[in-house]
Every structure is written in structure tokens, then in C-alpha cells.
Design a protein around this ligand. Structure first.
Ligand code: ADP
Ligand code: MG
Length: 657
């Protein structure tokens, strides 16, 4: 298994290089440069082309390196704060050009009338002026490379170290020959050499292409290795559940599973029956019916008397799942709920029942990973909204398994290319299709001044006995002035519909207050719920058919989509109204996109386009590798090729071994 950025063995430490004493060693260590591999993989941060060009061929604003004859005495002028400007006229390729150096007064003595000089800088064609960066003394031409070394040493000195490594070290790792042939790649050694000592732009491009491929290829191999490790083969992982009992249970469900749900159930059940540990992601848009799929899996585990843990990110969601599981599994599963809010006494009882195996399914928050939670036989671990948990939190739960079968669930659709990178180590089941009879949520965008009409529409829904969600972005007025905060909006709704009809839930409330409020809303005792985005995750109130989102421009596409997913959860037509006076084009575009599609995957693609991969990854997935050349968002195609190659390569390795 090749290791990223280790192509030279032995990886001689830097102090073994000529010219690196203890002082320089310490400085290099600060830059994380420990051995010769680090030296060759410290790639130049930039290249400067020092080949002299013909100025007549340069375009406006081009960076140029040119040579000419000095025509005038250099004139030095000083400004405020010690800043200064040196001006000289030169004849360059038959043109009379004004050359300006900023803050390099010492060049005054070097520029002599009648002599030739080589300079580099930015050419302003319409003024025939060069904003000169450097006076070039050496005559070497070609390229000059720059390294970001935080002032520890000069780029030139570092270049010498690099050259020394190339001279003495043996490069042991290279990409497989057939891949180099197929994708016309250089050897790793050659590619690195060209980046450090380039001769022309073509060389640099070729070299970057090779290193990019190398990075993505190794990355994919690593993911595959990780996947292999997760999918350990061992008789121990077999959950030999009772197929007959499971079928009977599925037949008694109040609805028929969609094809996607059936397929996901089959995939999960196959994993359970097999002698490999399950490591699967269940991806499905909000409301697509992931919960029942998870429920069926936990029932399978129960048929052999073993346990399931379902971990969710919030208290509200734990309650929600607990209620719906109680309804579905009444009398079939012994279900408990464990959260930070569970009383001491109750908790003691639950912990004992988990240890004795009396409880089949425990649903809980982070409380599940506290030290005192132990199981009799935990054989299925489900994590909902998995991205909300850190790797370590998930691990802490997974470690308690008797048979380690892990199912992650997410309602965040991720563009395919990104899911390759983020979830490359997992098997994936996808639910795309919504339950039968679902109507897409009709979405409208209205200005704030049109709020009254929106309230009329809401009233019509209330008259049908339906519920409505009202979303406000922030809790404190002080945060910004133009935000209609949740209190103010609450007031507006109670004024119109009466306090007896409107519930308020926000992030600052105590958990039990929140829960009580949610319950009054769910039971339709209070049909209108004004809240902040606390309802974003997982809430299921099928009777809700109306949603109003105030200041919708404050939310990103994926949040808006998650919010909207709270309605449209039955066969009734649902509506979502975005209230917004957007001030930017980007915000307007978001409103337009939201009103034009309800497809989560399409939205996620648009989101990625608009926000760029940095943000996209930032919120969803930390811990992605930092590549030196490859860019996960831009290099889709290379990524696909690297992935295919890695799959073929590791299959071959396994065959050989
Ligand atoms: P998700 O967790 O994927 O956001 P849920 O599991 O909460 O979605 O399902 C949303 C609603 O759809 C629930 O009320 C659930 O009972 C219902 N449901 C799930 N599957 C089906 C189906 N095949 N047919 C009809 N209703 C379904
Ligand atoms: Mg298994």
C-alpha cells in the first residue's frame, strides 16, 4: 500500500543533507519538512518565466520579462511614509517605454544610461508603461521558482537542497506502468523534477497533471483500504435473522414500501446476513422514508435477540423517532429513549435493561456514548444525520458493538463526485423515490409587503385542519436590525390567529419546554408553530401542509431544502412560501432555484456550483485531505479516472496476493 508523498526510501532525515546544520534543521522542522520526501514534495508556490520576450507581442496587463537600453537618468521621488518611486525610460523592442520601480531606491545606481537591462513586471500597453517588479541580474533565462518558506530560507537555497536530493536519493515508488501509458503520465520523479526545475509551460502542465493523478490515485487506494478494513470478514458479523418473521412484519406495515426502500432493505439485510461487518450509508431526501428502513433492520436484529442503537443529533429528533417507532413496533420491540434529559432514576433502569438485553432498541442522543452505557449484544448501530457527529463520537458508539454492523443515514443529498471522495469507504444505498401519493411542495417567493396575502392562504389551510410551520432566522433583535426576529413574528401571528392557535419554540428554550411546545403542535392543539431553525432536523408532522420562511435569503439552498422537507409528508398538497426582499443577485438566484425544483440532488448540484467546494466541504466534511496539486471540486474527471484505476489496481493486487 503506497503512502501519500513517500516516494523515496529510505526517507533520509534532512540533517543528513549537506549544508543543513542544527539551526536550519529546526527551522525546516517548523515548516514540517522532516526528510527528503518532504523536500521534494515542497512544491514551488509559483514559477516566474525569465525568458526574454518581444514586448510587441505582449497584451495589456501581461506579466513580461523584457530587455532594452536605458535612455534616461533614473528619477527618484519620495512620498508620504517613506514610499518612493524610481522612473526610467527604456527602449524595448523599438518602443519608448516608461519603467517604474516602486520602493527599490537602491536600483538608482544600477541603471546607467546607454546600458542594457533586463526587467520583469506588468505591462500597461495603453500607457506604454511597465510596472517593474524586478531588475534581473543573472543571464540564465528560463524559469525561476518560488517557494513559500515563511522567510526561513531563500528559494534559491532551497532549490539547491532539492537538487541535492535528486542527485543522491533513489525514488522507489512510481505509478503503475500501464496507468502511465494509458493516461500519458510522467514518472513521479520526472514530474517532481519538472516542477522544481521547469523549462517551459508545457512541462509544468504535464508535471502537474501527473502529480494530480498521483494524489487522487493514492487517495482512492487509501479509501479502498479503509473500506476493506471496515468490511472485515468474520463469522461473528453474521446476523442470522428470521426471514419469515421479518417478511410478516413488513406485510403488516400500513403502507407498501417504495422500490427504493425495498432495495435499501435488501442491501442492508444482505450485509447483515453476510460474514462482513456492515459499513453502509443510507442516503435519501427528507421525507423519503429512511426511518422505516432503519426500523426494519432493527427488527431483523431483534429476531435473534440482539440489540440496536439509534443515535440522533438532537433531543427533539430523539423524541420524534421514539414516538414513531413506538407506533410502528408496538408490542414487537422493546424500545427505550436515552437523552441528556432522562432522569437519573429512569436512566439507571434503562442502563440495567440494556445490559441485560431486555431492551431491543435504544434511541438517543450523545447520551448513548457516555461511559456507563453498556449493552448485552449490540449488533446494529444506526447514526442519523451522521455528518452532525464527529468521527470520534461515531467511533465511541461503534466500539460497543458485539457484531459491528453500522448504518449511517443522511438526508443531505451529495453530488455524486463529492460522495465518491467523502464516502468512498462506504457502501451506499440511495432512496430517490418518494412514497406514493406524495405531491411536490408548491413553492412561492413573496416580498415582505405581501405577507398579509400569505397569511390569508395559511388561514385557508388551518380551516382544513392542517398545521403550519413559520420559520424565523434569528432569536435576538440585536443581531441585525432588519431581521424580523422570532418574537416579533410570533406577535404578528398571535395578533392574527390568537394565542390559542400559535406555539413558539426556539433554541434558547429549555428542552422540556421545547418538547411540550412541539407536542402541542403535533397534536394540532396549536396548529401554527413559530420557530427558529431548530426544526431543521428530522421532524415529522405529516399533517403540516404549510410553511412560511421569513428572511429566506439568510439561508443557503441546502438549509432551505431541509426546512421545506418538513411539509409535503402526506398525500395532501403542501405549500412553502419564501418571504424575502433579497439584496444580492446570488440571493435572488437562490429564491428562483427553490421555486423551480424540489429535487434534492439537483439542488445540491446547484448549491455546489454557487458556493464552490470549499464551503460545501467546510460545513459537511472536515478531515478531507489537503492535496498539493489536486482540487477535489475542479478535478472531477481526473478523480473518476483515478478511482477506476484504483479499483482495477487493487482487484489485481488481491488476485495476485
Ligand atoms: P426521512 O427520515 O427519510 O426524512 P421519514 O422516515 O420520516 O423520512 O418518512 C416520512 C413519512 O413518510 C413518515 O410519516 C413515514 O411513515 C412515511 N412513509 C415512509 N415510507 C412510506 C411509504 N412507502 N409509503 C407511505 N408513507 C411512507
Ligand atoms: Mg453482517
Amino acid at each position: 500500500m503506497p503512502v501519500m508523498y513517500q516516494v523515496i526510501t529510505p526517507p533520509t532525515p534532512i540533517e543528513d543533507l549537506k549544508g543543513v546544520g542544527p539551526k536550519l534543521r529546526d527551522k525546516l522542522l517548523e515548516l514540517d519538512i522532516k526528510d527528503v520526501n518532504d523536500v521534494v514534495f515542497t512544491l514551488p508556490s509559483g514559477h516566474e518565466n525569465l525568458t526574454v520576450m518581444d514586448l510587441r507581442e505582449a497584451a495589456h496587463n501581461d506579466k513580461v520579462t523584457v530587455a532594452g537600453t536605458i535612455q534616461t537618468e533614473p528619477a527618484l521621488a519620495y512620498f508620504r511614509g517613506g514610499k518612493n518611486r524610481l522612473t526610467v525610460f527604456m527602449e524595448i523592442n523599438g518602443m519608448y517605454v516608461k519603467v517604474v520601480f516602486f520602493n527599490q531606491p537602491y536600483l538608482k545606481d544600477k541603471l546607467k544610461v546607454g546600458e542594457t537591462a533586463k526587467i520583469s513586471g506588468k505591462f500597461q500597453r495603453h500607457k506604454l508603461e511597465i510596472n517593474a517588479q524586478r531588475l534581473i541580474y543573472d543571464d540564465s533565462g528560463g524559469y525561476r521558482v518560488k517557494y513559500s518558506l515563511g522567510g526561513v530560507m531563500h528559494s534559491k537555497t532551497f532549490s539547491k537542497l532539492v537538487a541535492q536530493v535528486f542527485e543522491n536519493a533513489i525514488f522507489n515508488y512510481d505509478l503503475p506502468e500501464d496507468l502511465k501509458g494509458k493516461y500519458r503520465l510522467l514518472s513521479i520523479r520526472e514530474a517532481l523534477w519538472r516542477l522544481h526545475f521547469p523549462e517551459n509551460p508545457h512541462d509544468i502542465n504535464e508535471a502537474r497533471r501527473t502529480i494530480k493523478f498521483y494524489e487522487l490515485f493514492i487517495f482512492q487506494l487509501q479509501l479502498m483500504e479503509k473500506r476493506r478494513r471496515e468490511r472485515v470478514r468474520n463469522e461473528r458479523y453474521i446476523v442470522d435473522y428470521d426471514v419469515g418473521a421479518l417478511r410478516t412484519f413488513i406485510d403488516t406495515l400500513p403502507f407498501e414500501l417504495t422500490d427504493d426502500q425495498k432495495r435499501s432493505v435488501n442491501e442492508i439485510c444482505r450485509d447483515l446476513k453476510q460474514n462482513v461487518s456492515m459499513h453502509r450509508l443510507l442516503q435519501g431526501d427528507v421525507g423519503s422514508g429512511k426511518t422505516i428502513v432503519a426500523g426494519i433492520a432493527s427488527y431483523a436484529v431483534k429476531t435473534i435477540g440482539e440489540q440496536t442503537a439509534l443515535m440522533v443529533p438532537t433531543e427533539v429528533l430523539a423524541n420524534q423517532h421514539f414516538q414513531s417507532f413506538l407506533e410502528i413496533f408496538d408490542g414487537l420491540l422493546n424500545i427505550a429513549k436515552l437523552t441528556g434529559n432522562t432522569s437519573k432514576k429512569e436512566k439507571a433502569g434503562i442502563l440495567a435493561a440494556l445490559r441485560s438485553g431486555e431492551i431491543d432498541l435504544v434511541i438517543g442522543t450523545h447520551a448513548l456514548i457516555e461511559d456507563d452505557v453498556a449493552f448485552n449484544r449490540l449488533s446494529l448501530i444506526i447514526t442519523d444525520e451522521q455528518h452532525r457527529f464527529g468521527v470520534n463520537q461515531r467511533k465511541r458508539l461503534n466500539e460497543r458493538a458485539y457484531r459491528k454492523n453500522v448504518l449511517y443515514m443522511t438526508a443531505t443529498p451529495i453530488p455524486r463526485t463529492l460522495s465518491i471522495t467523502t464516502f468512498g469507504d462506504m457502501d451506499i444505498s440511495i432512496i430517490k423515490e418518494m412514497p406514493k401519493g406524495r405531491k411536490p411542495v408548491e413553492t412561492y417567493w413573496r416580498r415582505f409587503e405581501e405577507t398579509d396575502e400569505v397569511l390569508d392562504a395559511l388561514e385557508a389551510e388551518m380551516k382544513k385542519g392542517h398545521n403550519a410551520y413559520i420559520v424565523a432566522p434569528l432569536i435576538e433583535e440585536s443581531e441585525t436590525l432588519d431581521l424580523k426576529n422570532v418574537q416579533e413574528i410570533f406577535q404578528m401571528f398571535t395578533d392574527r390567529f390568537g394565542e390559542e392557535n400559535v406555539e413558539l419554540v426556539h433554541g434558547r428554550m429549555k428542552p422540556d419546554e421545547k418538547e411540550a411546545g412541539m407536542r402541542r403542535f403535533e397534536s394540532n392543539e396549536k396548529p401554527v408553530l413559530v420557530s427558529t431553525t431548530v426544526i431543521e432536523v428530522g421532524i415529522n408532522v405529516p399533517n403540516a401542509t404549510f410553511m412560511v420562511i421569513f428572511n429566506a435569503e439568510r439561508f443557503g439552498l441546502s438549509t432551505l431544502h431541509q426546512l421545506r422537507g418538513r411539509v409535503g409528508r402526506s398525500d395532501k398538497q403542501s405549500y412553502c412560501v419564501l418571504i424575502s426582499d433579497p439584496k444580492t443577485e446570488n440571493a435572488k438566484l437562490r429564491m428562483d432555484i427553490m421555486t423551480s425544483t424540489t429535487d434534492g440532488f439537483e439542488l445540491s448540484e446547484r448549491d455546489l456550483e454557487m458556493r464552490g467546494p470549499g464551503d460545501y466541504f467546510g460545513v459537511r466534511q472536515s478531515g478531507l485531505p489537503q492535496f498539493k496539486v489536486a482540487d477535489l471540486a475542479e478535478d472531477y474527471r481526473v478523480l473518476e479516472h483515478a478511482r477506476m484505476s484504483a479499483i482495477e489496481y487493487s482487484a489485481k493486487m488481491e488476485g495476485d496476493g
